[in-house]
Design a protein around this ligand. Structure first.
Ligand SMILES: Nc1ncnc2c1ncn2[C@@H]1O[C@H](COP(=O)(O)OP(=O)(O)O)[C@@H](O)[C@H]1O
Ligand SMILES: N[C@@H](CCOP(=O)(O)O)C(=O)O
Length: 318
């Protein structure tokens, strides 16, 4: 399911009248995605994506628009909001906030190789470099406090005693991080850089999309989120070659600190916990409903289990 709010040709033509993009040629709903209604739109001047924002942090749309404009100015391949004839980026269509963005080239890669992973590591480092000293700021609604509160509520759902123990330890670690805030480098994080949020044209990384989880935070946590999706084997183990390629790609642009290297296993586990929690909540909320895509929470418990022993460390400059 991906178009929650339909748009008619007449409505879209009237909407496009506000832009200097020529007349509508064609449009179609996009099947992928799960949060918003997205449409491919072709006009006489090019190809675009129209997003009607259905849920999520709507009040923070000005932040996302500013972030994407900032990243676009920094030369990153992101879908910035196109302004209309009056200079406005945020619109309304069918009672929904609406954004028109360029359509980025490329396709999702389901089975990445080391070269894909290296490119993803490099792009993530560029994203962090572009935002580390900016004034952009957003607090995540899925930060440490949320993980602690939700983790305490849900960890009894874990039947495997070893994983239960690991999560209990992780919750204690979160309390310690909250009490003595660690000095990790910070920037704006994508915070959801899974394979379905990156586009590749061959081995050229042509797009980063879906920034609706972006927030201020520890850059190492963003690396961990990304590794946890791009670098796993079929058994949810870290694939050494892909993991090393992603980490080397990142470190070549933004070197890791010794403190980050020491904390890497715990942060990898934290990143897995975050998505177990959000998937578990979604699975409970949508239990018994048909037509709703619910991603398997158990996947991230298996990732956590594999991360009991992490034997691929961060590369450090000599
Ligand atoms: N700017 C874009 N350029 C090209 N494809 C896009 C763009 N934005 C979205 N898409 C396509 O639409 C799909 C859904 O977009 P996404 O932002 O992930 O939706 P949702 O917020 O609903 O999860 C993506 O997987 C991608 O294939
Ligand atoms: N990529 C995530 C989905 C996005 O996270 P959410 O917390 O915004 O739902 C996943 O695969 O679980």
């Amino acid at each position: 399911m991906s178009v929650f709010t339909p748009v008619s040709r007449e409505q879209l033509e009237a909407f496009l009248d506000g832009f200097a993009l020529g007349r509508l040629v064609d449009f179609s709903g996009i099947a992928g995605g799960s949060e918003n209604s997205n449409f491919f739109v072709a006009t006489e001047q090019g190809e675009y994506v129209l997003t009607l924002v259905e849920r999520g942090p709507v009040a923070d749309l000005p932040f996302f628009i500013e972030l994407l404009e900032h990243l676009h100015q920094a030369g990153l391949p992101v879908p910035y909001a196109i302004t209309d004839r009056q200079g406005l980026a945020l619109h309304r269509l069918n009672q929904r906030p609406a954004l028109l963005q360029p359509r980025l080239a490329g396709k999702h890669v389901e089975q990445p190789d080391p070269a894909h992973c290296q490119a993803v590591g490099q792009m993530l480092a560029r994203l962090h470099n572009a935002t580390a000293s900016s004034s952009l700021e957003r607090i995540s609604d899925r930060g440490l406090a949320w993980m602690l509160e939700t983790g305490r509520r849900l960890h009894d759902r874990i039947s495997d005693s070893a994983i239960h123990h690991l999560v209990t330890e992780l919750l204690t670690q979160i309390e310690q991080w909250q009490a003595h805030y660690p000095g990790f480098p910070r920037a704006i994080l994508h915070a959801d850089l899974f394979r379905d949020n990156v586009l590749f044209d061959g081995h050229h990384l042509s797009g980063l999309i879906d920034f609706y989880n972006a927030h201020s935070g520890w850059t190492l946590y963003d690396v961990a989120i990304t590794v946890n999706d791009w670098c796993l084997s079929a058994e949810q183990q870290l694939d050494p070659t892909r993991t090393q390629a992603l980490l080397a790609g990142y470190a070549g642009i933004r070197p890791f600190t010794p403190f980050e290297a020491k904390s890497w296993p715990a942060v990898l586990r934290l990143a897995a916990l975050r998505f177990w929690l959000s998937r578990q909540l979604a699975a409970e909320r949508h239990a018994g409903q048909s037509g709703v895509l619910v991603k398997d929470p158990g996947h991230f418990l298996r990732v956590l289990e594999q991360h009991r022993n992490v034997n691929i460390g961060l590369p450090l400059a000599l």
